[in-house]
Write a protein that binds this ligand. Structure first.
Ligand code: SAH
Ligand code: SF4
Length: 337
Protein backbone atom coordinates (compact mmCIF):
# COMPACT_ATOMS: atom_id res chain seq x y z
CA UNK A 1 0.00 0.00 0.00
CA UNK A 2 1.32 3.43 -0.83
CA UNK A 3 1.09 4.72 2.72
CA UNK A 4 2.01 8.27 1.71
CA UNK A 5 -0.90 8.48 -0.68
CA UNK A 6 -3.40 6.59 1.48
CA UNK A 7 -2.35 8.61 4.55
CA UNK A 8 -2.93 11.86 2.65
CA UNK A 9 -6.37 10.70 1.49
CA UNK A 10 -7.39 9.67 5.01
CA UNK A 11 -6.22 13.01 6.40
CA UNK A 12 -8.08 14.88 3.67
CA UNK A 13 -11.27 12.97 4.51
CA UNK A 14 -10.89 13.57 8.25
CA UNK A 15 -10.35 9.87 9.00
CA UNK A 16 -8.22 8.83 12.00
CA UNK A 17 -4.61 7.82 11.30
CA UNK A 18 -5.12 4.29 12.66
CA UNK A 19 -7.04 3.46 9.48
CA UNK A 20 -3.66 3.23 7.80
CA UNK A 21 -2.50 0.56 10.27
CA UNK A 22 -5.75 -1.32 9.69
CA UNK A 23 -4.97 -1.44 5.99
CA UNK A 24 -1.42 -2.70 6.61
CA UNK A 25 -2.62 -5.36 9.04
CA UNK A 26 -5.22 -6.52 6.52
CA UNK A 27 -2.50 -6.86 3.84
CA UNK A 28 -0.57 -9.13 6.20
CA UNK A 29 -3.71 -11.11 7.05
CA UNK A 30 -4.48 -11.91 3.43
CA UNK A 31 -6.63 -9.10 2.03
CA UNK A 32 -6.08 -8.45 -1.68
CA UNK A 33 -8.39 -5.47 -2.02
CA UNK A 34 -9.93 -2.75 0.17
CA UNK A 35 -13.27 -4.60 0.03
CA UNK A 36 -11.62 -7.36 2.10
CA UNK A 37 -10.43 -5.01 4.88
CA UNK A 38 -13.16 -6.03 7.30
CA UNK A 39 -11.93 -3.75 10.11
CA UNK A 40 -13.18 -0.74 8.10
CA UNK A 41 -16.71 0.40 7.38
CA UNK A 42 -18.17 -0.35 3.93
CA UNK A 43 -18.35 3.29 2.87
CA UNK A 44 -14.69 3.96 3.58
CA UNK A 45 -13.64 0.74 1.82
CA UNK A 46 -15.58 1.77 -1.27
CA UNK A 47 -14.16 5.27 -1.16
CA UNK A 48 -10.58 4.02 -0.86
CA UNK A 49 -11.14 1.51 -3.66
CA UNK A 50 -12.05 4.35 -5.97
CA UNK A 51 -8.79 6.18 -5.27
CA UNK A 52 -5.89 3.88 -4.51
CA UNK A 53 -5.19 0.12 -4.69
CA UNK A 54 -4.54 -1.77 -1.43
CA UNK A 55 -1.35 -3.24 -2.92
CA UNK A 56 1.23 -1.35 -4.99
CA UNK A 57 1.90 -4.54 -6.94
CA UNK A 58 0.01 -7.47 -8.36
CA UNK A 59 1.41 -10.97 -8.94
CA UNK A 60 1.09 -11.87 -12.61
CA UNK A 61 3.15 -15.08 -12.56
CA UNK A 62 4.30 -17.45 -9.83
CA UNK A 63 6.79 -20.23 -10.59
CA UNK A 64 7.87 -22.88 -8.09
CA UNK A 65 11.26 -24.52 -8.54
CA UNK A 66 12.06 -28.15 -7.75
CA UNK A 67 14.15 -26.94 -4.78
CA UNK A 68 11.21 -24.98 -3.34
CA UNK A 69 12.35 -21.55 -4.57
CA UNK A 70 9.41 -19.40 -5.67
CA UNK A 71 9.73 -16.67 -8.25
CA UNK A 72 7.08 -14.03 -8.88
CA UNK A 73 6.63 -11.62 -11.70
CA UNK A 74 4.89 -8.59 -10.24
CA UNK A 75 3.07 -5.84 -12.08
CA UNK A 76 3.26 -2.32 -10.67
CA UNK A 77 0.50 0.28 -10.88
CA UNK A 78 2.05 1.83 -14.03
CA UNK A 79 2.17 -1.55 -15.79
CA UNK A 80 5.92 -2.07 -15.38
CA UNK A 81 7.14 -5.40 -14.07
CA UNK A 82 9.67 -6.56 -11.51
CA UNK A 83 10.61 -9.91 -10.03
CA UNK A 84 11.03 -11.20 -6.52
CA UNK A 85 12.32 -14.56 -5.35
CA UNK A 86 11.68 -16.44 -2.12
CA UNK A 87 14.34 -19.02 -1.26
CA UNK A 88 13.58 -21.90 1.12
CA UNK A 89 16.16 -22.94 3.75
CA UNK A 90 16.24 -25.57 6.46
CA UNK A 91 14.10 -25.20 9.59
CA UNK A 92 11.34 -23.24 7.88
CA UNK A 93 13.39 -20.16 7.12
CA UNK A 94 12.85 -18.16 3.95
CA UNK A 95 15.04 -15.51 2.34
CA UNK A 96 13.43 -12.92 0.12
CA UNK A 97 15.40 -11.45 -2.75
CA UNK A 98 13.76 -8.04 -3.37
CA UNK A 99 14.01 -5.64 -6.29
CA UNK A 100 14.88 -2.00 -5.70
CA UNK A 101 14.47 -0.66 -9.25
CA UNK A 102 12.77 -1.56 -12.52
CA UNK A 103 15.81 -2.61 -14.57
CA UNK A 104 19.25 -1.21 -13.77
CA UNK A 105 21.45 1.50 -15.27
CA UNK A 106 24.78 -0.18 -14.55
CA UNK A 107 24.83 -2.67 -17.42
CA UNK A 108 26.99 -5.44 -15.95
CA UNK A 109 27.75 -7.79 -18.84
CA UNK A 110 26.72 -11.02 -17.05
CA UNK A 111 23.41 -9.72 -15.71
CA UNK A 112 20.03 -9.96 -17.44
CA UNK A 113 18.70 -6.97 -15.48
CA UNK A 114 21.65 -4.94 -16.73
CA UNK A 115 20.78 -5.71 -20.33
CA UNK A 116 17.28 -4.26 -19.82
CA UNK A 117 18.52 -0.77 -19.06
CA UNK A 118 17.01 1.47 -16.41
CA UNK A 119 13.25 1.80 -16.01
CA UNK A 120 12.65 3.67 -12.77
CA UNK A 121 13.26 3.58 -9.02
CA UNK A 122 10.81 1.63 -6.87
CA UNK A 123 9.05 3.51 -4.10
CA UNK A 124 9.53 2.56 -0.46
CA UNK A 125 6.09 0.96 -0.49
CA UNK A 126 6.73 -1.08 -3.62
CA UNK A 127 9.69 -2.59 -1.76
CA UNK A 128 7.74 -3.11 1.48
CA UNK A 129 4.85 -4.74 -0.39
CA UNK A 130 7.25 -7.33 -1.84
CA UNK A 131 8.17 -8.26 1.74
CA UNK A 132 4.53 -8.32 2.91
CA UNK A 133 3.64 -10.63 0.04
CA UNK A 134 6.64 -12.87 0.75
CA UNK A 135 5.84 -13.08 4.44
CA UNK A 136 2.28 -14.06 3.64
CA UNK A 137 3.53 -16.79 1.31
CA UNK A 138 6.08 -18.05 3.85
CA UNK A 139 3.51 -18.18 6.63
CA UNK A 140 0.95 -19.95 4.46
CA UNK A 141 3.63 -22.60 4.08
CA UNK A 142 4.23 -22.84 7.85
CA UNK A 143 7.57 -21.04 7.42
CA UNK A 144 9.02 -17.71 8.49
CA UNK A 145 10.44 -14.82 6.49
CA UNK A 146 13.84 -14.58 8.19
CA UNK A 147 16.03 -12.61 5.75
CA UNK A 148 15.66 -9.99 3.08
CA UNK A 149 18.43 -9.35 0.56
CA UNK A 150 18.46 -6.49 -1.96
CA UNK A 151 19.69 -8.79 -4.71
CA UNK A 152 16.76 -8.63 -7.09
CA UNK A 153 16.52 -6.15 -9.93
CA UNK A 154 18.31 -2.85 -9.59
CA UNK A 155 21.21 -1.17 -7.82
CA UNK A 156 19.95 -0.40 -4.29
CA UNK A 157 22.60 2.27 -3.67
CA UNK A 158 21.14 4.31 -6.53
CA UNK A 159 17.76 4.31 -4.79
CA UNK A 160 19.06 4.46 -1.26
CA UNK A 161 16.42 6.75 0.29
CA UNK A 162 13.66 4.30 -0.58
CA UNK A 163 15.82 1.27 0.29
CA UNK A 164 16.64 2.63 3.74
CA UNK A 165 13.06 3.71 4.45
CA UNK A 166 11.87 0.24 3.43
CA UNK A 167 14.58 -1.36 5.60
CA UNK A 168 13.32 0.65 8.58
CA UNK A 169 9.86 -0.77 7.97
CA UNK A 170 11.24 -4.32 7.58
CA UNK A 171 13.01 -3.88 10.91
CA UNK A 172 10.27 -2.10 12.87
CA UNK A 173 8.17 -4.22 15.26
CA UNK A 174 4.57 -4.96 14.20
CA UNK A 175 2.88 -3.67 12.16
CA UNK A 176 6.40 -3.57 10.67
CA UNK A 177 8.02 -6.91 9.79
CA UNK A 178 10.22 -7.14 12.89
CA UNK A 179 13.37 -8.48 11.15
CA UNK A 180 16.70 -7.93 12.82
CA UNK A 181 18.82 -5.40 10.91
CA UNK A 182 21.52 -8.05 10.42
CA UNK A 183 18.99 -10.13 8.51
CA UNK A 184 18.64 -7.38 5.92
CA UNK A 185 21.45 -7.19 3.36
CA UNK A 186 22.17 -4.52 0.77
CA UNK A 187 24.15 -5.77 -2.20
CA UNK A 188 25.94 -3.22 -4.38
CA UNK A 189 28.04 -3.28 -7.51
CA UNK A 190 30.37 -0.95 -5.64
CA UNK A 191 28.61 2.44 -5.64
CA UNK A 192 30.97 4.22 -3.25
CA UNK A 193 28.73 7.13 -2.12
CA UNK A 194 26.15 4.58 -0.97
CA UNK A 195 28.76 2.62 1.01
CA UNK A 196 29.84 5.85 2.71
CA UNK A 197 26.26 6.65 3.62
CA UNK A 198 25.60 3.16 4.94
CA UNK A 199 28.74 3.36 7.13
CA UNK A 200 27.17 6.23 9.05
CA UNK A 201 23.65 4.87 9.11
CA UNK A 202 22.32 3.90 12.55
CA UNK A 203 20.65 0.63 11.52
CA UNK A 204 23.34 -2.15 11.35
CA UNK A 205 22.33 -3.51 7.94
CA UNK A 206 24.57 -6.04 6.17
CA UNK A 207 26.66 -4.91 3.25
CA UNK A 208 27.60 -7.14 0.30
CA UNK A 209 29.89 -5.98 -2.52
CA UNK A 210 29.63 -7.54 -5.97
CA UNK A 211 33.32 -7.55 -6.78
CA UNK A 212 33.57 -10.41 -9.31
CA UNK A 213 37.16 -9.68 -10.37
CA UNK A 214 40.45 -8.86 -8.68
CA UNK A 215 42.02 -6.55 -11.29
CA UNK A 216 40.63 -3.40 -12.88
CA UNK A 217 41.00 -4.62 -16.43
CA UNK A 218 38.88 -7.73 -15.89
CA UNK A 219 36.40 -5.98 -13.63
CA UNK A 220 36.09 -3.03 -16.01
CA UNK A 221 35.26 -5.40 -18.86
CA UNK A 222 32.54 -7.08 -16.77
CA UNK A 223 31.21 -4.06 -14.89
CA UNK A 224 31.26 -0.59 -16.48
CA UNK A 225 30.79 0.93 -12.99
CA UNK A 226 34.44 0.03 -12.32
CA UNK A 227 35.55 2.99 -14.48
CA UNK A 228 33.94 5.30 -11.96
CA UNK A 229 34.95 3.43 -8.80
CA UNK A 230 38.04 1.28 -9.44
CA UNK A 231 38.96 -1.60 -7.14
CA UNK A 232 41.52 0.22 -4.96
CA UNK A 233 39.08 3.05 -4.30
CA UNK A 234 36.23 0.61 -3.61
CA UNK A 235 38.25 -1.59 -1.26
CA UNK A 236 39.55 1.45 0.65
CA UNK A 237 35.93 2.46 1.18
CA UNK A 238 35.07 -1.06 2.39
CA UNK A 239 37.90 -0.95 4.93
CA UNK A 240 36.64 2.42 6.17
CA UNK A 241 33.19 0.85 6.49
CA UNK A 242 34.62 -2.06 8.55
CA UNK A 243 36.48 0.38 10.81
CA UNK A 244 33.52 2.71 11.24
CA UNK A 245 30.94 -0.01 11.95
CA UNK A 246 32.94 -2.94 13.35
CA UNK A 247 30.96 -5.11 10.93
CA UNK A 248 32.07 -7.55 8.27
CA UNK A 249 31.67 -6.91 4.57
CA UNK A 250 30.58 -9.75 2.31
CA UNK A 251 32.37 -9.99 -1.02
CA UNK A 252 30.36 -11.60 -3.82
CA UNK A 253 32.48 -13.22 -6.52
CA UNK A 254 30.88 -14.75 -9.56
CA UNK A 255 33.05 -17.52 -11.01
CA UNK A 256 33.21 -17.25 -14.80
CA UNK A 257 35.06 -19.91 -16.73
CA UNK A 258 38.42 -18.67 -17.99
CA UNK A 259 37.60 -15.05 -17.10
CA UNK A 260 38.25 -14.64 -13.38
CA UNK A 261 38.56 -18.17 -11.94
CA UNK A 262 42.31 -18.84 -12.00
CA UNK A 263 44.12 -19.51 -8.70
CA UNK A 264 46.20 -16.40 -9.53
CA UNK A 265 42.92 -14.42 -9.46
CA UNK A 266 42.20 -15.92 -6.05
CA UNK A 267 45.58 -14.74 -4.76
CA UNK A 268 45.04 -11.25 -6.20
CA UNK A 269 41.62 -11.20 -4.55
CA UNK A 270 43.14 -12.26 -1.23
CA UNK A 271 45.62 -9.38 -1.46
CA UNK A 272 42.76 -6.90 -1.64
CA UNK A 273 41.20 -8.38 1.48
CA UNK A 274 44.21 -8.34 3.81
CA UNK A 275 43.02 -5.60 6.17
CA UNK A 276 39.43 -5.38 7.21
CA UNK A 277 36.90 -8.06 7.94
CA UNK A 278 35.70 -9.80 4.82
CA UNK A 279 33.88 -12.97 3.92
CA UNK A 280 33.91 -14.13 0.30
CA UNK A 281 30.86 -15.81 -1.24
CA UNK A 282 31.75 -17.60 -4.45
CA UNK A 283 28.69 -17.54 -6.67
CA UNK A 284 27.70 -19.89 -9.43
CA UNK A 285 26.92 -18.09 -12.68
CA UNK A 286 23.42 -18.44 -14.08
CA UNK A 287 23.72 -18.36 -17.84
CA UNK A 288 22.32 -15.26 -19.55
CA UNK A 289 22.89 -13.96 -23.07
CA UNK A 290 26.22 -12.48 -22.00
CA UNK A 291 28.23 -15.30 -23.55
CA UNK A 292 29.92 -16.48 -20.33
CA UNK A 293 30.16 -19.98 -18.93
CA UNK A 294 30.04 -21.07 -15.32
CA UNK A 295 33.34 -22.28 -13.86
CA UNK A 296 33.76 -26.03 -13.78
CA UNK A 297 33.52 -27.60 -10.28
CA UNK A 298 37.23 -28.45 -10.18
CA UNK A 299 38.19 -24.83 -11.04
CA UNK A 300 35.81 -23.60 -8.36
CA UNK A 301 37.39 -25.94 -5.85
CA UNK A 302 40.94 -24.81 -6.74
CA UNK A 303 39.88 -21.17 -6.42
CA UNK A 304 38.38 -21.82 -2.99
CA UNK A 305 41.50 -23.66 -1.81
CA UNK A 306 43.76 -20.83 -3.06
CA UNK A 307 41.69 -18.32 -1.11
CA UNK A 308 41.73 -20.42 2.03
CA UNK A 309 45.51 -20.91 1.77
CA UNK A 310 45.81 -17.14 1.64
CA UNK A 311 43.88 -16.99 4.91
CA UNK A 312 40.60 -15.68 3.48
CA UNK A 313 37.28 -16.94 4.81
CA UNK A 314 35.13 -18.10 1.91
CA UNK A 315 32.17 -20.24 1.01
CA UNK A 316 30.48 -21.37 -2.18
CA UNK A 317 26.92 -20.22 -2.67
CA UNK A 318 24.92 -22.68 -4.69
CA UNK A 319 22.56 -21.39 -7.26
CA UNK A 320 18.89 -21.89 -6.30
CA UNK A 321 15.79 -22.07 -8.40
CA UNK A 322 17.70 -22.25 -11.67
CA UNK A 323 14.94 -24.29 -13.34
CA UNK A 324 12.53 -21.34 -13.01
CA UNK A 325 15.25 -18.77 -13.79
CA UNK A 326 14.89 -17.53 -10.22
CA UNK A 327 18.53 -17.36 -9.28
CA UNK A 328 20.19 -13.97 -9.37
CA UNK A 329 20.92 -12.65 -12.80
CA UNK A 330 18.46 -13.97 -15.32
CA UNK A 331 15.87 -11.38 -14.44
CA UNK A 332 14.27 -10.13 -17.54
CA UNK A 333 10.77 -9.01 -16.74
CA UNK A 334 9.57 -6.32 -19.10
CA UNK A 335 10.96 -2.92 -18.16
CA UNK A 336 8.08 -1.01 -19.63
CA UNK A 337 4.36 -1.54 -19.90
N1 SAH B 1 22.83 -4.35 -8.20
C1 SAH B 1 23.23 -5.01 -7.01
C2 SAH B 1 22.18 -5.96 -6.48
C3 SAH B 1 21.40 -6.75 -7.49
S1 SAH B 1 22.32 -7.97 -8.38
C4 SAH B 1 24.54 -5.72 -7.22
O1 SAH B 1 25.00 -5.79 -8.36
O2 SAH B 1 25.12 -6.16 -6.24
C5 SAH B 1 22.51 -9.22 -7.12
C6 SAH B 1 23.69 -10.15 -7.33
O3 SAH B 1 23.44 -11.01 -8.45
C7 SAH B 1 24.98 -9.43 -7.60
O4 SAH B 1 26.03 -9.98 -6.85
C8 SAH B 1 25.15 -9.70 -9.08
O5 SAH B 1 26.48 -9.55 -9.48
C9 SAH B 1 24.63 -11.10 -9.19
N2 SAH B 1 24.36 -11.55 -10.55
C10 SAH B 1 24.02 -10.82 -11.62
N3 SAH B 1 23.89 -11.59 -12.72
C11 SAH B 1 24.16 -12.85 -12.33
C12 SAH B 1 24.19 -14.11 -13.00
N4 SAH B 1 23.91 -14.21 -14.30
N5 SAH B 1 24.50 -15.20 -12.28
C13 SAH B 1 24.75 -15.11 -10.96
N6 SAH B 1 24.74 -13.96 -10.26
C14 SAH B 1 24.45 -12.83 -10.95
FE1 SF4 C 1 22.65 -3.78 -12.01
FE2 SF4 C 1 23.52 -5.46 -10.09
FE3 SF4 C 1 22.77 -6.38 -12.53
FE4 SF4 C 1 25.01 -4.96 -12.29
S1 SF4 C 1 24.59 -6.97 -11.36
S2 SF4 C 1 23.44 -4.68 -13.88
S3 SF4 C 1 24.45 -3.49 -10.72
S4 SF4 C 1 21.47 -5.41 -11.03
Amino acid sequence: MDRDRVGALLAEWGEPAYRLTQGVQAQGAGADTWEQVSSMGKALRARLSGHEPLWTLRPVERLVSRDGTVKWRLELADGREIEMVLIAHARGRRTLCVSSQVGCALACRFCATGSMGFGRDLTTWEIVDQALLARREAEADGARLSNVVFMGMGEPMQNLDAVLAASEELHRPAPGLGLSARQIAISTSGWVPGIQRLAGYPLPLRLAISLHAADDETRGALMPVNARFPIANLMAECRRYCDATGRRVFIEYLLLDGVNDDPADARRLANHLRDGRFHVNLIEYNPTDGGFRSSRPERRERFLIALERAGIEASVRRSRGADVAAACGPRAARATA
